[in-house]
Design a protein around this ligand. Sequence first.
Ligand SMILES: Cc1cc2nc3c(=O)[nH]c(=O)nc-3n(C[C@H](O)[C@H](O)[C@H](O)COP(=O)(O)OP(=O)(O)OC[C@H]3O[C@@H](n4cnc5c(N)ncnc54)[C@H](O)[C@@H]3O)c2cc1C
Ligand code: FES
Ligand code: FES
Length: 493
Amino acid sequence: MSEATNSVRFVLDGTIVEAQGKRRTTTVLDYLREEMHRTGTKEGCAEGDCGACVVLVGELNAGGTAINYVPSNSCMQLLPSLDGKSVKTVESLKSKDGTLHPIQQGMVDCFGSQCGFCTPGIVMSLTGLVQTNACPSRAQINDALSGNLCRCTGYKPIIDATLKACQRPAAELKINDTADVALLKQIARDSEPTVGLDGQIITQPVVRTKKGSEFVSPSTVDEVATYLTKHPQATLLAGSTEIGLQVNKQFSRPQHIVYLGNVAELKAVKDSKDAWSIGAATPLAVVETLVAKAYADFAEVIRRFGSPPIRSTATLAGNIANGSPIGDTMPCLMALGATLVLRAGEKTRKVALDAFYTGMKASVLQAGEFIVSIELPKPKAGQVFRAHKISKRFDQDISATCAAMRYELVGGKLKNVQIAYNGMAPSPCRAPKIEAVIEGKAPADVRAADIDAAITASFPARDGLRATWAYRSLVARNLLMQFVEESVEKEVA
Ligand SMILES: Cc1cc2nc3c(=O)[nH]c(=O)nc-3n(C[C@H](O)[C@H](O)[C@H](O)COP(=O)(O)OP(=O)(O)OC[C@H]3O[C@@H](n4cnc5c(N)ncnc54)[C@H](O)[C@@H]3O)c2cc1C
Ligand code: FES
Ligand code: FES
């Protein structure tokens, strides 16, 4: 066992913190509050909804010259995943001479806080925003705040505070982290696994308990595959927005946890002529930017997925593997014909996403098998893609249903129609009977009654917590009718 075992090292404001003897499921929030006495960071819901716990997690940029920060719900992140990274809390922002960060000062000047419980999380979300966007629009500020609940102040003074802060020079908005860069290099995790004399990969745990439970953080896909061959029941951890819930709310304590966030290959996007190969651990915020031009509706569905702290950590493969019936990225990916690359041991296979699910939260994934990448075709000439998510609240809410449709309009007829939904069946799925109703027709000839009949023939009628069947089936039809009606404007010359 190496000396580093059972020791999580991260940078906090110019100091390397070495957290020893902690559990593999200790949350970042609990450690910050209970051990570091950073009690500005609050626990509200412990499930990613309120934002009281938002901190900024930093990693060195590719050149090793600066730190990139993402907002993160510390209530759901497991402490060992912080190994090799840096963290900033609300206490990090005030200068030694007592000067507040412009966002903090703006909150004071614009009366942005009343009871104050939400304030540290709000300040961290906004400070995160201005690290990459020193001149945000009102809409961008609203989006940055979509995961922060304030029940007493109201958002106008908070937005005003941000706009006021952004009148200051951009350099003043930057977090002071010059001392942290060198320290991050010092604690950087190895980019290659340890190899034994016989050529076997040896995975050193970040945390291992006396009873043999462990948290490992592999650095290559081979290392993940080798570890899963030995421990096929191990729990894969990516963005932790689902696993974190299981830890907090169901008291889940997986014996072996394999963190994917340090596998560079799983976070890379490979670009070829016809497709993108998106590494399984790519955060949704990165996917949103990737698809923004080619598939604007897909990007908008992602923009309405959770909140910025959720999207900056939650991954595409985590959404797929989680297999929720109302998972939001799957209708888009299915309608676009995405394929998954799966690996178990040395073996790799490809499975079309629309053949991946076998039931409610069930898939063809075997024990020890994992998603390596998602292959997403690029748009072909003349192809149109539409998608829209229906939920009770516009932001930070779960779908009643999300519909996605791709097609071409050739000679006035809808061709190569592919449709997929979430919320209509035990898993997200394609809708071949509805596709058949639309395929080959002129938009004006597509009748709502035929789509209704195909919906009835395709899905079991069931009321759910978030919507009745009557509502779901109605919006499922209306979304398609809207896509079809608008298709007239999209005919290729
Ligand atoms: C506040 C909040 C808001 C949310 N909003 C939405 C929303 O709007 N829409 C929506 O669809 N979902 C939403 N979710 C659900 C969740 O965020 C997503 O399912 C997310 O994509 C999960 O990804 P993750 O990387 O965080 O997964 P994790 O929590 O790390 O893992 C989820 C599951 O996937 C498995 N897994 C991860 N990576 C792999 C891999 N490479 N191969 C095989 N298995 C793997 C894990 O073992 C686990 O079973 C929300 C969750 C929260 C807490
Ligand atoms: S405590 Fe509510 S989001 Fe973390
Ligand atoms: S100031 Fe009280 S919840 Fe926001």
